[in-house]
Each structure stands twice: as structure tokens, then as C-alpha cells.
Ligand binder design. Structure first.
Ligand code: PRX
Length: 631
């Protein structure tokens, strides 16, 4: 399973292309299966229908927990660092984690949850979150983790789509100097969620909460009622492990579905190889478990490999901008995996809070979530890695389950801003608008995959046709990523960003249509159009053009803007709030009524010199008005 040299990488890659089934079967054999699979792979990208390790029986928690008990029962599995450095943290060994997961699994059972039931998890970054996730997996319940920054409405949409039976939450969450009343947000959500029978509430902030008789129970009290004996449910390799909602270019977020066997093998294989994790190292992924990065590289990948995973509750800039470096120093972190947006925001504070910490334990640095610009790459390399830690710029998506294109740390020669080469088993192709493959080097196009890998999505929850439409219909026979990409003279890949109407704001994926729908819900709004624009720290900012109702002459435009922001926060969550709102009287539309976003994007970027052909517009004059009022 382990690649050590570039020759080994090339050999593994070659093997994975020539004989993918043998390649992946050899890797999968390193895990613990209750029954072997009958067939390694069955697939077509037309329906699509992808099945890995069919007939194989396993439980991912036996692989992440039980099988480590004999060899590393007393090794830390999770090191928890709280939001406030003055609060005591916590270390859970594999034995302790195993016990707590079994207890929580019994609590779920006691509350009526069984195999195949859906459980929504809305929690702070505390060990109980990882425990809740694993407890679901233990009994074959399907978890749907919702990031703690989403609104009640977003939670309700996700709960209803998956018909969740139970919600696990906490009274509140600490994030920097803020306290977020999670339970009260869940209460608002549940007004419209008839499928939910029970809510398990953990105590974190001691924020007063309403506890509904018959529905709400305290986690601490429930845990006292159960034993630590919970045999793992036997799962088929293709049984659903979890649903994770993500934004696309149209409609509401869709539930990306990952299954037990392939996802486990892929998350573990990529974790081990990309980061070159060594026994007893401490791995710190700064993502939230509410995103795919946290699922694959805080919980499942590291634990499947018997690693020590650091879980951090807080934010990089509180109590001060040295918080990450403080954690690296305190816990002697060996591998740090973070997002370009965090690096860019920390760069702005200078080096004082970096240099007063010992970062010599670091061996490998990772980047994920958005393109990393050259300046941030070099700052990371010079000041954090001190030019002795390889940087792995890892490209992947919620849908891919694990990293697809990335250097193997210390093995692949890196190049700033390039995700470099596909990992073994990954077969990228670039296509032009007509779906024709663009061969050779020094070219760019839309990034697709022409062969399945074990960690890929299987469907979108409750709507397989949507999965086909979204990912497999643009270019028949290929999985379309939605990203544009360049392959340079050396065959190295550089992801250039989304080519659809999906924004990447501080590494968070947000659909323009979602934001527009939220803005349009405000009473004073007639219509809106949302585009992204380059933002120094967030990567992309959100620019909204809004047509407001006729307003009285003395109206306060700033107040209306604030009301719109409040509306978006209420409908989606604070992460989707526009950075700029420009009121306009019209939008550039073609005669068929389609908004020409290309023009709006250029204006938002501040590039109004060459707007291209505007003669096909219904009313070309609106463009001048918008240009004149641009922010
Ligand atoms: O546009 C790509 C960008 O993030 C998108 C996937 O977002 P999400 O599903 O939220 O998953 C993020 C964490 C895996 C991709 O379509 N993206 C992710 N990683 C990179 C990236 N863009 C450039 N370079 C990366 N390393």
C-alpha cells in the first residue's frame, strides 16, 4: 500500500491503469473484512452504476477501532484542542475511543435508531462529534453531518431530504469569541421536520435550552444508561455509510452518497500515501468535520490507518493569530493540513506570532479546498515549513471521497500552485466544450475522470437522475468535476477553478443560484444575480446585483442591504452573505431572458474595458448603468 519513491509511484500508477482490479484488491486486502468480496469492480458511467468490492462484508469502525486495540490500544487516536487555550484539552486513546463509540452506539439504539436510518449531526468540533459519526457507522445508521454555520432552514432542508429520524446536537458551540446556540437553531429547524423523533443534546456551553418532553434527551444522561458492549453491524461494501450535502449550480444542495467499503479503502490509501504518515506521528487537519475534508482526513482516513488525529474546536485567529502555531508547538504536530484561505488570512498578520513558536516538529504541509496562489504557497513553504517540508496541494471534492490529484509528500517534485499528478487509480482527462479529449501537454480544458476509483460518489440521495444529470451527462462516459484545469509541459495539473455557477468562498462551496434564491426571499427584492470576484483572503467574494422594489425617496439603502444580509444568513447561513451588494434597475439579459453572467462577472472583477459583444442584449443600456454604479 505504501509508496516510498517516485519510481514506486510510477510503478503503482502503471499497475493501477493496466489492472485496476488487482491493484485495488491488493490494497483492500490490508483491511479487516468479515467476508471477502465476490467481485472487485462493476461499473458504467451512463446510468451511472459503480460498485466496488461487491459482496464484501465489513464494518468501517472495526477497521478504525477494534483492529487497533491489540497493537495500539493505548496510543492516542484523537487529541482534542478546545477553542479556548485556557481550557483543558483531552486525549482519547484507541481503547477509550472504542469504548465511547460503543456507548454512543448503544444510546442511538436505545433511541430507536437502526441500520439504514438517517441521523443528522449538528455539533461543535468536540470529540463527541467524531464519536457520534463513528457510533452511527457502528450500527449501520447513515450519518448526515451539517456544518455548524448553517441556518435552521438549511438544516431543515437536509433533514427532510434524507428523512432523518434523530438529530445529535449540543446546547451551544464556541467559535473564537462567539457562542453559537446550536440547540435553539435545531429547535427552529425541527418545526418543519416531522420525520425527527428524537434529539440527543450534549452539554458544551451551558447555554439554556428548551428540552421537549418525549423528544429531547441529554447525551450525558443517556450514556449512563448503556454498557460499552456494542458489536458492530455487518455491512455490505456497497451499503451507504454517509450522506453529505453539497452545493451545485442549480437548486438546493444535493446529498452526495458514499458507501462503506470503497470509501474506507480510498480514504485510508490516500491518507497514508499523500501525507506519508509514519507511526506515532500527530496529524492536524484544520477543517471542520462538517465538510468532506473532516470526514476523510480527521475521522475515517487517519483512524483506519491507526494514526493520531488532532481535532481543533476553534479558529486560527483567536485569541490571536498564533493559534495554529501554538497548537503545532504544544502537540508537536508533524503534519499540518489546512486551507489557502487560512494561510492568506494569517500572512496578513506578519511573522511575530509565527516566530515565537517552535515549528520544528513539522514534516509535511498540506493545502486543500481551493487553488493556492503562489504568494501563499511560498509563505507557507518559507515561514511554516522553513523550506524543509514538502507541500502537498491536494485537489479533490465532496463527490470524490478522497484526494485525486496531489503530490505524494517528499516523493513527487512539487511546483507552486500545481496539484501535480494523479494518484494511482485516478485517470484524469481534459475535454473541450464539445467533449472531445484534449491530448498531450501544455493544454487546458474541463477536468473529467474516465475511470472509477473506490471513493467516488455512488448517487445523490433520493434522486439518482440528478446524479446522472449533474456529473455524467455533460460528457457521456466521463465523470465531470465542474473544474477547469491546465496540464503543463511536464504533464502537471493545475486546477484553475470552477467552470460552473459554483463559488468557492474561503474554501466553502456555495451555489450562486442558492444565494440568489435567498436574496429574492427578502420582501423588497424583485430579482438578483450573484457572481464571484477575486478576493484577497477568501479566494472568491460574493457580489450581488439586486433589483429592489420601487423605494421611497428617503429610503435607507444601507439598511436594506443589511436586511438582505440578514435574510441570506437566515436562509442559508452566515457563510453565504454577499460581500458586496449593488442595487441596479435592470440586469443584462438576452432576448430569451437569460442573464449574461459573463458581463456581470467582468464588472465585479473591475474589468470593464472589454465586455465583449453586448449587442444581443435586450437592453444594452443597463450595462452602462451597472458599470457606473460598480462597487
Ligand atoms: O473547485 C475545486 C476546489 O473545491 C471544489 C470542491 O469543493 P468541496 O466539494 O467543498 O471539497 C473541498 C475539499 C476537498 C473543487 O471542485 N478545490 C478543492 N481542492 C482544490 C480545489 N481547487 C484547487 N486546488 C485544490 N487543491
Amino acid at each position: 500500500m505504501r509508496i516510498r519513491t517516485f519510481d514506486e509511484y510510477q510503478a503503482a500508477y502503471q499497475h493501477s491503469i493496466e489492472d485496476p482490479e488487482t491493484f485495488w484488491a491488493e490494497i483492500a486486502q490490508e483491511f479487516q473484512w468479515r467476508k471477502p468480496w465476490k467481485r472487485v469492480l462493476q461499473w458504467n458511467f451512463d446510468e451511472p452504476n459503480v460498485k466496488w468490492f461487491q459482496g464484501g462484508k465489513l464494518n468501517i469502525t472495526e477497521n478504525c477501532l477494534d483492529r487497533h486495540l491489540l497493537t495500539r490500544g493505548d496510543q492516542p487516536a484523537i487529541i482534542w484542542e478546545p477553542n479556548d487555550p485556557a481550557e483543558a484539552g483531552m486525549t482519547l486513546t484507541y481503547r477509550m475511543l472504542h469504548e465511547q463509540v460503543c456507548r454512543m452506539a448503544n444510546v442511538l439504539k436505545r433511541n430507536g435508531v437502526g441500520k439504514g436510518d438517517r441521523v443528522c449531526i449538528y455539533m461543535p468540533m468536540v470529540p463527541e462529534l467524531a464519536i457520534a459519526v463513528l457510533a452511527c457507522a457502528r450500527i449501520g445508521a447513515i450519518h448526515s453531518v451539517v456544518f455548524g454555520g448553517f441556518s435552521a432552514q438549511s438544516i431543515a432542508d437536509r433533514i427532510n431530504d434524507a428523512q432523518c429520524r434523530l438529530v445529535i446536537t449540543a446546547d451551544g458551540a464556541y467559535r473564537g469569541n462567539k457562542e453559537i446556540p446550536l440547540k435553539s437553531v435545531v429547535d427552529d429547524a425541527l418545526i418543519g421536520c416531522p420525520s425527527v423523533e428524537k434529539v440527543i443534546v450534549m452539554t458544551r456551553t451551558r447555554t439554556p435550552v428548551a428540552m421537549l418532553k418525549g423528544r429531547d434527551v441529554w447525551m450525558e444522561q443517556e450514556l449512563k444508561q448503556v454498557t460499552a458492549d456494542c458489536p458492530a453491524e455487518e455491512m455490505d461494501a456497497e451499503d451507504v455509510l454517509f450522506i453529505l450535502y453539497t452545493s451545485g449550480s442549480t437548486g438546493k444542495p444535493k446529498g452526495v452518497v458514499h458507501t462503506c467499503g470503497g470509501y474506507m479503502v480510498y480514504a485510508a490509501y490516500t491518507f497514508q500515501n499523500v501525507f506519508q504518515y509514519e507511526e506515532n506521528q500527530t496529524f492536524f487537519c484544520t477543517a471542520d468535520i462538517g465538510w468532506i475534508t473532516g470526514h476523510s482526513y480527521i475521522v475515517y482516513g487517519p483512524l483506519a490507518c491507526g494514526a493520531t488525529s488532532l481535532l481543533f474546536e476553534g479558529v486560527p485567529t483567536w485569541p490571536d493569530c498564533g493559534r495554529f502555531w501554538d497548537i503545532v508547538d504544544k502537540h508537536q504536530v508533524n503534519i499540518l493540513y489546512t486551507a489557502p484561505t487560512a494561510i492568506r488570512s494569517l500572512m496578513g498578520f506578519g511573522l511575530e506570532k509565527v516566530e515565537n513558536h517552535d515549528l520544528s516538529s513539522l514534516k509535511v504541509l498540506g493545502s486543500v479546498g481551493e487553488p493556492i496562489n503562489a504568494e501563499a504557497w511560498h509563505w507557507y513553504d518559507d515561514h511554516i515549513g522553513k523550506n524543509r517540508c514538502p507541500i502537498v496541494d491536494t485537489w479533490w471534492q465532496t463527490e470524490t471521497g478522497g484526494i485525486l490529484i496531489s503530490p505524494v509528500a517528499g516523493v513527487t517534485k512539487t511546483k507552486p500552485t500545481f496539484a501535480t499528478l494523479p494518484l494511482p487509480g485516478v485517470q484524469p482527462v481534459l475535454v473541450d466544450e464539445n467533449g472531445k479529449e484534449i491530448e498531450g501537454n501544455g493544454v487546458s480544458g474541463n477536468l473529467c475522470m474516465k475511470f472509477p476509483w473506490p471513493g467516488m460518489l455512488r448517487t445523490t440521495w433520493g434522486d439518482h437522475e440528478r446524479c446522472r444529470q449533474t456529473y455524467f451527462s455533460a460528457y457521456p462516459g466521463l465523470y465531470f468535476t465542474g473544474d477547469g484545469c491546465l496540464r503543463d509541459e511536464d504533464g502537471y495539473y493545475r486546477i484553475t477553478g470552477r467552470v460552473d455557477d459554483v463559488l468557492n468562498v474561503s474554501g466553502h462551496r456555495i451555489g450562486t443560484a442558492e444565494v440568489e434564491n435567498a436574496i429574492n426571499m427578502h420582501t423588497g427584492v424583485v430579482e438578483s444575480a450573484v457572481v464571484g470576484y477575486p478576493h484577497d483572503i477568501k479566494g472568491q467574494g460574493i457580489y450581488a446585483y439586486v433589483i429592489a422594489d420601487a423605494m421611497p425617496a428617503d429610503h435607507d439603502a444601507d439598511l436594506t442591504k443589511r436586511d438582505i444580509l440578514a435574510t441570506v444568513s437566515r436562509v442559508i447561513g452566515p457563510i453565504a452573505k454577499p460581500d458586496k451588494i449593488q442595487f441596479v434597475t435592470g440586469l443584462p439579459k438576452t432576448r430569451s431572458g437569460k442573464i449574461m453572467r459573463r458581463i456581470l462577472r467582468k464588472i465585479a472583477e473591475g474589468d470593464t474595458s472589454n465586455l465583449g459583444d453586448t449587442t444581443t442584449l435586450l437592453d444594452p443600456a443597463v450595462v452602462d448603468e451597472i458599470k457606473a454604479g460598480a462597487l
